[in-house]
Design a protein around this ligand. Structure first.
Ligand code: FES
Length: 256
């Protein structure tokens, strides 16, 4: 049986949705695989929505907004670019980054809308179904997607994304402007650290575990796990569960 991808499309009301409408009234053919959610601005698309879509088994997600400089809310689509960049970096860790596409379609570009949807559908068809559908990998992929959703929901990375333009153009509280390269490096480190911290949180959500056991489960050095546990304890997310033969186990105490 041929695989028919399920594509979810977020379209901004003022440009891309109107472009899709134009494609419809002009009878321009495009694949019927896409299901559309209309949002007022592409900036309204929270990356968490996209992680949730993958958790629900969607094969690919497309986000379409007004061309840069044309957003009806001035800078909404610039914010979208930054948010999707963060999402893409995170999804890269689990080989999902090819399953999203951000692009721009104006109200006058019915043909462009149809072309982008056609290209993306074909691209996802070649990639194959959402790996969550493979029984063997289901638990591992679900764990990874839930970890990414937790990272995306956390205010730390969101705060960094929100301040990126300010930090790289106006400067921090000491008026120091950070170069884009410096920010990228700092941001990449922050992404990796938050990902590992949330992975640890998921591993100790139901049962306390020792540092060596956590390290074995997530495949990193025990000293790194310990560093993250110290940070997580300082945040009040983790506590000692019990101590067996002088070896402590740690458990998540974070609500929600
Ligand atoms: S209104 Fe279209 S991207 Fe903001």
């Amino acid at each position: 049986m041929t695989f028919e991808p399920k594509i979810l499309g977020f379209l901004c009301n003022w440009c891309s949705y109107a472009g899709a409408d134009l494609a419809g009234v002009s009878r321009i053919q495009y694949p019927t695989n896409i299901r559309v959610i209309r949002v007022m601005c592409s900036g309204r698309v929270d990356p968490v929505f996209i992680a949730e879509a993958f958790i629900e088994g969607i094969d690919g997600v497309i986000i379409l907004g007004c061309h840069l400089g044309d957003c009806h809310y001035i800078s909404g689509n610039y914010e979208t670019e930054l948010k999707m960049k963060m999402l893409s970096k995170l999804l890269n860790f689990i080989d999902f980054s090819d399953r999203i596409r951000l692009d721009w379609v104006s109200a006058a570009e019915g043909n462009r809308f149809a072309q982008i949807v056609g290209e993306f559908t074909e691209h996802i068809r070649k990639l194959g179904p959402n790996p969550l559908k493979e029984k063997k990998k289901k638990i591992e992929i679900l764990d990874n997607l839930n970890t990414i959703k937790a990272v995306l929901s956390d205010r730390r990375l969101r705060g960094l994304v929100a301040r990126q333009r300010e930090l790289t153009t106006e400067g921090n509280v000491y008026n120091k402007v950070i170069s884009s390269e410096e920010f990228e490096k700092f941001f990449d480190d922050a992404i990796l650290n938050e990902l590992l911290r949330h992975k640890i949180m998921i591993k100790i959500r139901e049962k306390g575990k020792s540092v060596p056991n956590i390290a074995k489960e997530i495949g990193i050095e025990p000293y790194k796990v310990l560093q993250h546990i110290v940070t997580l304890r300082a945040r009040g997310w983790v506590d000692v569960d019990e101590i067996n033969e002088e070896i402590p186990t740690f458990i998540s105490i974070k609500e929600g």
